[in-house]
Ligand binder design. Structure first.
Ligand code: ADP
Ligand code: MG
Length: 347
């Protein structure tokens, strides 16, 4: 099978999405163009009281020096952007790439509450990246039906505490196995073959119900699991029926990237925090290793990176969506996310 996985130059795009502000929150990121933002911007001192104080030479010494850090990404989506806009600008080109036989992946990275799940799954009224991507893929596939012979299958898994769980067929944790020709195999992972987009979306919906933290339940504890939705596309020669290409589209809602310390340091929660950090740290190390052109990439360091080995760098086209809150209560998380994203964009 390896022979039919097409090789292409790795290509990584990094975009940032800023979620809308809630009332009484103080802003710390400001988009300045379609691809640039400022973190912790200097305030334009407004109002004549402040102005007066400044002119008299007084300074509030308790006030932190503003970082005023400029960042540039492939795209910056401001608070009023829609899921459709994010899809059109950053994700849509991947659909054709998958149809052409290359692996593609989309990651949503960021702290809990920054907007990852909103971006990936969305709501009934504004469907997210997963919905928009699979419906677009299906449309394109239908249009090509006469000349190209496609077969589609989907899988949906969750990594929680370094345990891999099948979200389509519940059961025991799945075991990863190294195969010399096929790479990493997730033993027993169910692959469902939907016959329509409706069926495909129903699989997504039923998988979401089984996620450790239900994605739409905002009152629950923060999300500590990685959700990996994959669409497998097999293309056959219409005449000979031999396999021409096998490609995979991975859509990943990563666990919250906040530090372990923020989530408590005891018992099960601490273990969860450790494992999440392990996976996200491993992901970061793989991404920066690929960016620096290193020969040894530490894919083996976590379940997440083992599973995504063929979906990162190499022959894969990747989009990382870094989700950030615009406000001061997530100041450090936002800064860490921007730094992580900045490091990723060098692939
Ligand atoms: P995460 O998955 O990163 O923890 P969520 O996607 O659950 O964060 O977002 C946190 C809250 O903010 C949710 O109530 C969500 O509906 C809301 N939210 C996030 N992004 C947006 C957006 N772009 N527009 C409107 N509401 C949003
Ligand atoms: Mg979430």
């Amino acid at each position: 099978l390896k022979a039919v996985v097409r090789q292409a130059r790795g290509n990584m795009k990094v975009v940032v999405r800023i979620r809308p502000v809630n009332r009484n929150e103080k802003l710390v990121v400001r988009p300045v163009s379609e691809s640039q933002l400022v973190f912790d911007p200097h305030e334009e001192e407004e109002g004549f009281f402040f102005h007066g104080v400044k002119q008299n030479g007084f300074r509030d010494l308790n006030k932190k020096q503003k970082r005023n850090a400029n960042f540039a990404f492939d795209n910056v989506f401001s608070e009023d952007s829609t899921n459709l806009e994010v899809f059109e600008a950053s994700i849509k080109p991947l659909v054709q790439t998958v149809l052409d036989g290359y692996n593609c992946s989309v990651f949503a990275y960021g702290a809990t509450g920054a907007g990852k799940t909103f971006t990936m799954l969305g709501t009934e009224a504004c469907p997210g990246i997963v919905y928009l991507t699979v419906t677009n893929l299906w449309e394109k596939m239908e249009a090509l039906k006469e000349i190209r012979n496609y077969e589609i299958a989907v899988s949906y898994l969750e990594i929680y505490n370094e345990l891999v769980k099948d979200l389509l067929v519940p059961g025991e944790p799945l075991i990863l196995r190294e195969d010399s020709s096929a790479g990493v195999i997730i033993q027993g992972l169910s692959l469902k073959k939907p016959h329509s987009t409706e069926e495909l979306l129903e699989l997504l919906r039923s998988g979401n119900e089984r996620r450790t933290q239900h994605p739409t339940d905002v009152n629950k504890e923060s999300s500590r699991s990685h959700a990996v939705f994959q669409v497998w596309l097999k293309q056959r020669d219409p005449k000979t029926k031999s396999i021409i290409s096998l490609s995979k589209l991975s859509l990943i809602d990563l666990a919250g990237s906040e530090r372990g310390s923020a989530t408590g340091h005891s018992g099960a929660r601490f273990k969860e925090g450790m494992n999440i950090n392990k996976s996200l740290l491993a992901l970061g190390n793989c991404i920066s290793g690929l960016a620096e052109g290193k020969t040894h990439i530490p894919f083996r360091d976590s379940k997440l990176t083992r599973i995504l080995k063929d979906s990162l760098g190499g022959n894969c086209n990747t989009v990382m969506i870094a989700a950030v809150s615009p406000t001061s209560n997530q100041f450090e998380d936002t800064y860490n996310t921007l730094k992580y994203a900045d490091r990723a964009k060098k692939i």
